[in-house]
Design a binder for this molecule. Structure first.
Ligand code: F3S
Length: 62
């Protein structure tokens, strides 16, 4: 599973980092990005929850 943050849509609310810090963190532009190529085993539900909870639907899971 992969998670990608659309940098144009992220408004830096931080919800994804609260929900799933194993996958999301801030980048130098103070937007969220995925810090792993693949979502680690056991983090899939949190990654989906982060995507569902993003207010701008910036997170795409594939
Ligand atoms: Fe940005 Fe959405 Fe996360 S706005 S900080 S990608 S919850």
């Amino acid at each position: 599973m992969k998670a990608v943050v659309d940098q144009d849509l992220c408004i830096s609310c931080g919800a994804c980092i609260d929900v799933c810090p194993e996958v999301f963190d801030w980048n130098d532009e103070e937007k969220a990005h995925a810090i792993v190529d693949e979502v680690p085993e056991g983090q899939e539900d949190q990654a989906r929850e982060a995507a569902d909870g993003c207010p701008t639907e910036a997170i795409k899971i594939s």
